[in-house]
Design a protein. Structure first.
Length: 184
């Protein structure tokens, strides 16, 4: 009887192949779950980086739209807005932008008409088109810098700028100044 007990104890000490395979499959499932979490986190990081870049580009494009949406007409007034379709964003190579403007009319006879301006930043992510949209109200006007340039160019064409000379300046640079005519 002793031999029988001894044989059953040694059989119980080791693991069967079935238990080893089961443990390895549970470990493999756990590793696959962790790997999929890392993969999706990397994808989310890429998406976040692209959205951050699109936000920075949107800030630049909105500034340009405020400055250059309405072209300067010859009489100094604001011209009609031009639509922009898929123009590249400077400094952001994979990004493009589109701008559309729709007139909403004037709130009063004294104020310029308002335009609803839609700006969309486009990019491609994993083969799918993505976009970041921004809407704003913009009055029909020309930037002050453009108006000043128009006025300055017209003035320069009529009379070139000549710096004024003060009357108190001496006629020759070697003329003695009062109190300094001592001889050494």
């Amino acid at each position: 009887m002793k031999c029988r007990n001894h044989a059953s104890r040694s059989a119980r000490r080791g693991l069967t192949i079935l238990e080893v395979v089961l443990a390895m499959s549970i470990l493999a499932l756990g590793m696959a779950a962790v790997l999929s979490i890392f993969t999706s986190a990397a994808g989310l990081g890429t998406t976040a980086r692209q959205r951050a870049e699109a936000s920075a580009a949107l800030e630049y494009v909105v500034g340009e739209v405020h400055e250059r949406l309405f072209p300067l007409a010859e009489d100094g007034s604001a011209g009609e807005p031009a639509a922009v379709v898929r123009a590249p964003v400077p400094g952001h190579a994979p990004l493009t932008y589109s701008v559309t403007a729709v007139s909403l009319g004037s709130p009063s006879p004294v104020l310029p008409p308002l335009y609803r301006v839609d700006v969309v930043i486009h990019w491609s992510e994993r083969g799918r088109e993505r976009g970041l949209e921004h809407r704003m109200l913009v009055p029909r006007s020309v930037a002050m810098g453009d108006r000043l340039r128009l006025q300055l160019y017209r003035v320069e064409a009529l009379a070139p700028y000549v710096p004024p000379q003060s009357e108190s300046s001496p006629s020759s640079p070697t003329a003695p100044v009062a109190g300094t005519d001592r001889q050494p």
